[in-house]
Design a binder for this molecule. Sequence first.
Ligand code: ZN
Length: 162
Amino acid sequence: MSSKVEVNKVVSVHYTGSYTDGEVFDTSEGREPLLFLVGHGQMITGFEQEMLGAKIGEKREFTLTPEKAYGMRDESAIQKVPKSQFPDDMQLVPGMVLGAQSDRGPVQFSVVSIDGDEVTVDFNHQMAGMTLRFSVEVVGIREATRDELAHGHAHGVGGINH
Ligand code: ZN
């Protein structure tokens, strides 16, 4: 039986992601392959859709519009926050990316500007609004374990370990 990329399989891939101008923003080259559980929101939706049905050794190249990648930019995700909400000893610099806890789990945001006691932050994903290109090669496919299905992510080298 030949396995293919489908829901509830753990897939390992080598990949290179680039912007439309060709600049590479991330690659697994020189690292362990990326490991992910299909169908549990571990990857951006377009990435999984494009890889469904691929077999080991298969290489696919595709372009994802923002809706299938990190979404469109949302202007309401740019907010003003009192500086007092940040630790006293934190040096706030425009462009820095910080993490915070929200009621929906950890979120990332970037600092846009600091005006006196007011900090403008942007909760949009760094790659929101961008069209992304991927070149992906499937290097392994296996059944997910019971733990992985319960956790919603792949375990092991290149995956998540908790
Ligand atoms: Zn886990």
